[in-house]
Design a protein around this ligand. Structure first.
Ligand code: CP
Length: 309
């Protein structure tokens, strides 16, 4: 039985959550999943709570998912996008946030290209902060919705074999997934070109593989990551065509396996590069269930943090 409140007033990374926190978020998300499948999807839990969604970097899923979660909980919302703000005039992160908070904001959801930006803010302001992705560091709500979706499909994750494929080097999803899955007792292996696997990642207790077929034969779940071209300052592989040939997951590969692997991807997808459409859209894929579960997970986190205030 999980504790009834989170161990921190912020969700900055999976690194800082304990197993009770994770189980409590999952149990609370179970309740909210039932709520969002009702004809009337709204509950008054966050009435009189104001949430600022501060997005200093592009997002589709995470931004919309948080906004929907907040609306379903009846919170008041302000949305901030760096591209149309005074950040463009040279305002600092702290000045921007302090100005927003002086308008009586209780919680901040923040995506930022700099690793550690949400933790920096948490040291300087009173509001609860939720990290919606900080550079190449962590994306805790993505890892929680990923693990929740795996658990929904397979039950307890203890002893389950999860492979994370692709651009591990530039991925915040990979690190948060590794922390979350290990806390839940799963075995994790990363697989991709050697240039996109961080040196010493094995020190985190994960397996490292470079052979996609061998890794697919080993795993119960294949979580396939996007090639993050926008973060790649040098060439890490000769061409996208070659990447797709040697590291892309396609139907022919899956058809050659002895058992059916669950296919996941956090999105956005580069169709035909890390995953083909016939895999992304197949019955083995739970990509859209991940997105659906994201709203329930984010409702749970917002609700649990608000309860501490
Ligand atoms: N998975 C994810 O973080 O997607 P967005 O960048 O669209 O939010």
């Amino acid at each position: 039985m999980a504790e009834s409140q989170l161990s921190s007033k912020h969700v900055l990374g999976i690194k800082y959550l304990n197993i009770n926190d994770i189980n409590l978020i999952f149990e609370t998300a179970d309740n909210f999943k039932e709520v969002i499948n009702r004809p009337i999807k709204k509950v008054p839990s966050l009435r009189d709570v104001t949430v600022a969604n501060l997005f200093f970097e592009n997002s589709t899923r995470t931004r919309i998912s948080f906004e929907l979660a907040e609306k379903r909980l009846s919170a008041d919302i302000v949305n901030f996008s760096a591209s149309s703000s005074s950040v463009k005039k040279g305002e600092t992160l702290l000045d921007t946030v302090n100005n927003i908070l002086s308008m009586k904001v209780d919680m901040v959801v923040m995506r930022h290209p700099a690793p550690g930006a949400p933790a920096f803010l948490a040291n300087h302001i009173d509001a609860s902060i939720i990290n919606a992705g900080d550079g190449t560091h962590e994306h805790p709500t993505q890892a929680l919705l990923d693990a929740y979706s795996m658990r929904e499909k397979m039950g307890d994750l203890a002893g389950k074999k999860i492979a994370i494929f692709g651009d591990i080097l530039h991925s915040r999803v990979a690190l948060s997934n590794i922390f979350c899955l290990q806390k839940l007792g799963a075995e994790v292996t990363v697989c991709g070109p050697p240039t996109l696997i961080p040196k010493n990642i094995d020190k985190l207790g994960v397996g490292v593989e470079y052979n996609v077929k061998k890794t697919l034969e080993w795993c119960d779940v294949a979580n396939i990551l996007r090639i993050q071209l926008e973060r790649q300052d040098i060439k890490y592989f000769p061409s996208l065509r070659e990447y797709a040939q040697y590291f892309g997951i396609n139907k022919k590969l899956l058809n050659g396996l002895n058992s059916e692997v669950i296919i996941m991807h956090p999105g956005p997808i580069n169709r035909g590069v890390e995953i083909t459409s016939d895999v992304a859209d197949s019955d083995q894929s739970i990509i859209l269930q991940q997105v659906e579960n994201g709203v329930a997970i984010r409702m749970a986190i917002l609700y649990l943090l608000a309860a501490q205030r």
